[in-house]
Write a protein that binds this ligand. Structure first.
Ligand code: NDP
Ligand code: 7N6
Length: 306
């Protein structure tokens, strides 16, 4: 694979200015430039989103881990290599998830809300609790899941998890397979969702899974909105069948102004921002550089998904 001209698609602006990616790629052999929908002058692109014009290029690198909105078959049929950015979000999403859990347990969001009203209020005496000794179940134990599990374990939580492969995973006591999801979430105070959106995970956290959770449990979703049945979640929250939620991702993004999730007590809404980090372009550039080397050598790209 001969990648002489590499485009940085303007859609990467969703994460940081395209120029930041170009700057990080100054040292590669290929000529790097920012491109819009016209990709006729490049062999490969680094991009946030899909554009039909990409199909037919030699290689497309997605700066996200999730590539669920890319038409993977079309890339395969055209012989266009598609790679993703799994592997870079463990620390950022792990820390965001820990922060969200800490906020819910230590009531930090309540204090900030009160501050905006310039009021000096304390929560009900029995509302704050510590994460220490609470049980956390992480659904999906890849880069994100392990980033979350490591940090939960470090703060003294008892961490269990769910993954397809029933293999021992560091910082996780019991690894359940997906057919035992309800058992895995049943006794958890926090359930953190960190699976890719696929045919088998769409709606995975449905009314039955939510009903299997404790009524003092919190759901954290840092994966994709469609993994959780949002209507069922709202019902569970409104009927106190769940204590609360921290949600970074939604069925529709941006979250519509009419969504009840904005106003529910103990629901933290973050704008699909869990992995945002000033090192983002540096981390992506490391992957791109590695794959440019592979492209020039044997063509065996890492993180290849099509
Ligand atoms: P990985 O591929 O590293 O990990 C995916 C994990 O999910 C693996 O442990 C895998 O199991 C598990 N899994 C897959 N299918 C199932 C299933 N049906 N039931 C249970 N577990 C399953 O991905 P990442 O951790 O890098 O990212 C995960 C997803 O998170 C991304 O696809 C993306 O959609 C989302 N994401 C969201 C971000 C945000 O901005 N909020 C940031 C980054 C990612 P096994 O280990 O057995 O293969
Ligand atoms: C960047 C989000 C992913 O899949 O959704 C994330 O990696 C990226 C703001």
């Amino acid at each position: 694979m001969d990648i002489a001209r590499l485009g940085v698609h303007e859609s990467v602006g969703a994460v940081c200015p395209p120029a930041a990616f170009v700057e990080q790629l100054q040292d590669v052999d290929a000529a790097v430039s920012v491109v819009d929908e016209d990709v006729s002058a490049v062999d490969a692109v680094v991009t946030f989103g899909h554009a039909d014009a990409f199909v037919g290029l030699d290689w497309v690198h997605c700066i996200r881990a999730g590539y669920d909105d890319f038409p993977v078959e079309a890339y395969r049929d055209a012989g266009t290599a598609l790679t993703n950015s799994t592997g870079i979000h463990g620390a950022s999403v792990g820390e965001t998830t820990l922060g969200l859990m800490l906020s819910l347990a230590r009531r930090l969001h309540e204090y900030r809300d009160a501050q905006t009203e310039r009021t000096w209020t304390t929560p009900a005496w029995d509302a704050p609790f510590t994460l220490r000794d609470e049980r956390l179940t992480v659904v999906g134990l890849g880069t994100l899941g392990r980033g979350i599990a490591t940090r939960g374990d470090a703060i003294g939580m008892h961490v269990d998890g769910v993954r397809r492969t029933p293999a021992r995973t560091p910082h996780v006591r019991t690894v359940y397979t997906p057919d035992r999801l309800h058992e895995a979430v049943a006794d958890a105070r926090f359930v953190a969702v960190a699976v890719p959106l696929t045919a088998s995970t769409r709606g995975l956290i449905d009314a039955d899974a939510l009903a299997a959770m404790r009524d003092d449990a919190y759901l954290v979703n840092v994966a994709r909105g469609a993994v959780v049945e949002e209507d069922a979640l709202v019902t569970a929250l409104e009927t106190d069948a769940l204590a609360g939620a921290a949600l970074d991702v939604f069925e529709t993004e941006p979250l519509p102004e009419s969504s009840p999730l904005w106003d529910l007590d103990d629901v933290l809404v973050t704008p699909h921002a869990a992995p945002l980090d000033r090192e983002y372009p540096t981390d992506v550039a490391r992957l791109v550089r590695t794959n440019l080397r592979h492209a020039a050598a044997d063509g065996a790209l890492v993180n290849r998904v099509a």
